[in-house]
Design a protein around this ligand. Structure first.
Ligand code: SF4
Ligand code: SF4
Length: 252
């Protein structure tokens, strides 16, 4: 007889997850990163565990950013993840535990973020506590498998499954590639800490990209040298220079 955690993880992998990990809600308390109002247990007091699902953003497509191709990848990954999380929550309900999912973006329009650039719930923070990866200087979540080229979604539940361990090494190489490549100059070095991140500048840049149907930016994720996905293309360019120009010239 399979234990509860194996059943739930198997279901998540069957639904298409690449990485599945779990955090206990106590992590938000033990190592607070956000104000208490953002903690899952503050919003849903019955919630005991957060299951985080990650899927890859395919490197040769990410490399064309900003492009319609990348925009389609982003939109598709959002749809796929919401479907997976919806079905996983529904599966957990059938096992007689409470479960909901928090969708991956959850804002109406990029312009809304100009007023308040924060999400009601952070998948990045949940993924860090669950052991999916660590924070890069760029504030992206960095994974061994795909660097920051991942998309995340969370299922909140009271199913009594054991949490996974946090990643116990810093995956960021502190190489400054993201800092130097950001077209909106959003990052500023901060000694021994993640870069200071100008969310407003990033959002304003995204408003412009959105008007051009070249949304989102993702250059900081594209440039990051961490991730086994890069190794797959080591001997072959993941996309040619002419290919990038070609992709950016069509569809928007
Ligand atoms: S590009 Fe370099 S500094 Fe930026 S997040 Fe990746 S490893 Fe860290
Ligand atoms: S998404 Fe683009 S604009 Fe925003 S921080 Fe990353 S590189 Fe800069």
């Amino acid at each position: 007889m399979k234990d509860l955690k194996s059943l739930i993880y198997e279901k998540a992998y069957d639904l298409g997850a690449s990485i599945v990990k779990t955090a206990s809600v106590e992590s938000w308390e033990i190592e607070p990163i956000q104000d208490k109002e953002f903690w899952p247990q503050s919003i849903w007091p019955w919630c005991k565990k957060v299951i985080v699902i990650a899927i890859p953003m395919y490197l040769p497509m990410v490399n064309s950013t900003p492009s319609m191709l990348y925009q389609e990848l982003y939109n598709t990954s959002n749809r796929v993840m919401d479907d997976m999380a919806y079905h996983l929550a529904s599966y957990i309900l059938k096992l007689n535990y409470r479960a909901i999912f928090f969708p991956r973006d959850c804002y109406a329009d990029i312009n809304v973020l100009l007023k308040n650039p924060s999400a009601a719930f952070s998948h990045v923070v949940a993924a860090y506590y669950a052991g999916v990866g660590t924070f890069g200087d760029s504030h992206n979540l960095i994974t061994e498998e795909f660097g920051p080229r991942v998309r995340l979604v969370s299922v909140l539940t009271d199913a009594p499954i054991a949490p996974d361990s946090k990643v116990n090494k810093d995956l960021c190489l502190h190489c400054k590639k993201c800092l130097n490549a950001c077209p909106a100059k959003c990052f500023k070095e901060a000694k021994g800490k993640l870069y200071e991140y100008d969310k407003k500048a990033c959002t304003e840049y995204h408003v412009r990209l959105s008007a051009d149907n070249h949304f989102p930016c993702g250059i900081c994720a594209n440039i990051c040298p961490v991730g086994n996905d890069i190794k797959m293309y080591r001997d072959n360019a993941d996309i040619s220079k002419q290919g990038i120009t070609h992709i950016q010239s069509y569809g928007s």
